[in-house]
Design a protein around this ligand. Structure first.
Ligand code: IPM
Ligand code: MG
Length: 361
């Protein structure tokens, strides 16, 4: 049976990097006889420009019907000034995440040995780094209500958001994290701010309750400020980290830099049945959009995660990851991961090099 993949290029560098990931998907589709059908849709600012909304119903329908979704990035200065916050490009992304109940966000930060020089940390601190950040994606302060900006009686404006998690939300993301830890080194660090925020006092309690179901996993808890420090001090102490939506957003950017560039970090956002949306962890990088110099590898690696997690095509996923490694072995680098002696290439060269490496096997 044919598998239906929805491609959502989005804004900024989104279309450029997604074009390369689509080349790679088309190649494995052919080489491994995957029977994938790719369709495109609009999301973010590019959807707003055509339909007046960042998440048209048509896109939502296509997303519901798809077996998996590959997304580039959304947002940009062109839409920053939109007076209605509900129409911002980011709302398209958040609407997909919550509308499809993609609560489990997996963000692996793996250092390719070839890129040890590109990391901002000393090679000995990051060599062999392999962390999985499990971020809760459909709750917490991103979605909590009430929220808004109001004017007080004295005429002063006040902004407010609500940081809220209920027990079942914490339980289901904790299970995703424990299950992931069981497949890895069986170490889980839960990150919270339980010294200040009640919502994360509950988070810690519930994680400890779920821990009883996984006696083999060694559990620790860390405050988020310490976790940020430990990530740049001694990142190899971590195996799996689990945390809420906002802390996960921040820590995954920090973890990304350890691997050399945020342009290397893929992600999977999964629902309870492992249907998922796959996207690079980075944003739409409007400052370099349209120049053809963005690193497409995070998106290409996201396509590999899609094959592995939602489509069960392990062989094709392995092949893509190996092809990326080969291309790095050859010394090809986009600007963000370039170091002395390496060959600087543009977005399309990088995508085509991965395709060529796939065909070499
Ligand atoms: C991410 C991004 C998004 C987020 C933005 C674009 C809404 O930073 O996926 O990490 O904050 O979740
Ligand atoms: Mg982010």
């Amino acid at each position: 049976m044919s598998k239906n993949i929805l491609i959502l290029p989005g804004d900024g560098i989104g279309p450029e990097i997604v074009t390369e990931a689509v080349k790679v998907l088309n190649t494995v589709n052919e080489l491994f006889d995957l029977n994938l059908t790719l369709t495109e849709g609009l999301v973010g600012g590019s959807a707003y420009d055509v339909h007046g909304t960042p998440l048209p119903e048509e896109t939502m329908e296509k997303a519901r019907a798809a077996d998996a979704i590959l997304l580039g990035a959304v947002g940009g200065p062109k839409w920053d000034a939109l007076p209605d916050r509900e129409l911002r490009p980011e709302k398209g992304l958040l609407g997909l995440r919550s509308g499809l109940e993609l609560f489990g966000n997996l963000r692996p930060a793996i250092l390719y040995p070839q890129l040890a020089e590109a990391s901002s940390l000393k090679p000995e601190v990051v060599s062999g780094l392999d962390i999985l950040i499990v971020r809760e994606l459909t709750g917490g302060i991103y979605f909590g209500k009430p929220r808004g900006i109001r004017t007080l009686e004295n005429g002063e404006r006040e902004g407010y958001n609500t940081y809220v998690y209920n027990e079942s939300e914490i339980k289901r993301i904790a299970r995703v994290a424990f299950e992931s830890a069981m497949k890895r080194n069986k170490k889980l660090c839960s990150v919270d701010k339980a010294n200040v925020l009640e919502v994360t006092v509950l988070w810690r309690e519930v994680v400890n309750e779920v821990a009883k179901e996984y006696p083999e996993v060694e559990v620790s808890h860390m405050y988020v400020d310490n976790a940020a420090m430990q990530l740049v001090r001694a990142p190899k102490q971590f195996d799996v980290m689990v945390t809420g939506n906002m802390f996960g957003d921040i820590l995954s950017d920090a973890a990304a830099m350890l691997t050399g560039s945020i342009g290397m970090l893929p992600s999977a956002s999964l629902d309870k049945d492992n249907k998922g949306m796959y996207e690079p962890c980075h944003g739409s990088a409007p400052d370099i959009a349209g120049q053809g110099i963005a690193n497409p590898l995070a998106t290409i690696l996201s396509a590999a995660m899609m094959l592995r997690y939602s489509l069960g095509e392990t062989e094709a996923a392995d092949a893509i990851e190996q092809a990326v490694s080969k291309v790095l072995d050859k010394g090809l680098r986009t600007g963000d991961i370039w170091s002395d002696g390496m060959q600087q290439v543009n977005t399309a060269d990088m995508g085509e090099a991965v395709v060529a490496a796939l065909r070499e096997v």
